[in-house]
Ligand binder design. Structure first.
Ligand code: NAP
Length: 301
């Protein structure tokens, strides 16, 4: 199978290309099985998905059977200030990928987000609940979902952390090295998800071309306050340094509203009899160990 990964320089795209190539990404539970696929990982510099002609040309050159569309403008607060760019990349970029995929008969797996929900539900969101995004980022990603054909795949995930790129685990690890209080919100709840684990599940989704919408996250729920405490514990720091605050007390306030409840129930995945992703605490321990080990990023095709 010929598999194209967009956004291959991002934290998820990077690990996904590794797993598809049969390499073990840093922090993965086990080595992936041997790979028989031809994998094309295109970073932003090699493929700008908002450029319709470049997307068409890339599909013509590579003729993929499956495309895992990880590319997105993920700077949630910056999206709020530049909606045109958010829609150009996240919604129109996906339209461009969809158009080219249709022309080549390729299956699309689109990465989407917990931010398509408003976060007001008192329970974890199932795949069949009605999205109602409250931020430009969430609206633009939902726009991307609406560009897909019904037999293609949407994978919504949340609170993504990986070895490559910036994320909350790395932020807390950096802050741990400097003195002073650390304040994190305790009124936003979600499931931290780790690229090394997500990449394995996504490989399965892509190879099987599983149709429909899936919520795929590591298991268990915490707040950003609880997550920061766990990161400190994992690096041998003092979790007592972290102070819980309310979102309303953030100074300065963040431009983009966040869903208070970001928890995604992985119902569809369970219903297929698939193995749930490991507990988030387990994924965090493996990520911290990999980051602390000074492992160099494996080379990418
Ligand atoms: N991060 C999260 O917490 C989170 C949560 C839920 C869902 N997701 C979704 O999961 C997917 C992967 O996220 P991630 O955490 O790996 O994000 P990431 O590290 O920001 O990766 C996204 C990649 O897309 C690239 N990109 C941006 N604009 C592009 C364009 N116009 N054309 C092509 N590539 C472009 C970025 O390149 P540059 O950096 O060079 O611009 C980056 O390498 C995304 O679809 C995201 O919406 C993420």
């Amino acid at each position: 199978m010929r598999i194209l990964v967009t956004g291959a320089g991002g934290q998820l795209g990077h690990d996904l290309v590794d797993v598809l190539n049969g390499c073990r990404p840093p922090g993965a539970v086990s080595a992936p099985g041997s790979a028989h696929d031809e994998v094309f990982g295109l970073e932003h510099s090699r493929l700008d998905v908002s450029d319709r002609h470049r997307v068409a040309a890339a599909f013509d050159a590579l003729a993929p059977d499956v495309v895992v569309h990880c590319a997105a403008w993920t700077a949630v607060d910056a999206c709020e200030g530049d909606p045109d760019r958010a829609y150009a990349v996240n919604a129109m970029g996906t339209r461009n990928v969809a158009e080219a995929a249709r022309r080549h008969g390729a299956h699309v797996v689109y990465l989407s987000t917990d931010y398509v929900f408003d976060g007001t539900a008192p329970h974890p969101y199932t795949e069949w609940e009605l999205p109602n995004p409250v931020s430009v980022y969430g609206k633009s990603k939902l726009g991307g979902e609406s560009e897909l054909d019904p037999e293609w795949t949407v994978v919504r995930t949340s609170w993504v952390c990986g070895f490559h790129g910036s994320n909350m685990a790395r932020t807390v690890m950096r802050l741990a090295g400097s003195p002073g209080p650390m304040r994190f919100v305790d009124d936003q709840r979600g499931s931290p998800s780790f690229t090394a684990d997500l990449a394995g599940a996504l490989t399965l989704v892509a190879r099987e071309r599983l149709p429909g919408t899936f919520h795929l996250t590591n298991q268990g729920v915490t707040s950003w306050f609880g997550f920061a405490q766990a990161v400190l514990r994992a690096v041998g720091g003092d979790p007592g340094r972290v102070e819980p605050i309310a979102t309303a007390d953030l100074d300065p306030p963040r431009p983009a509203p966040r869903p208070a409840n970001s928890v995604l129930d992985n119902v569809a995945w369970r219903a297929l009899g698939m193995t749930a992703l490991p507990a988030w605490e387990d994924g965090l321990a493996r990520l911290v160990a990999a980051l602390g080990s000074g492992i160099e990023a494996p080379s990418q095709s």
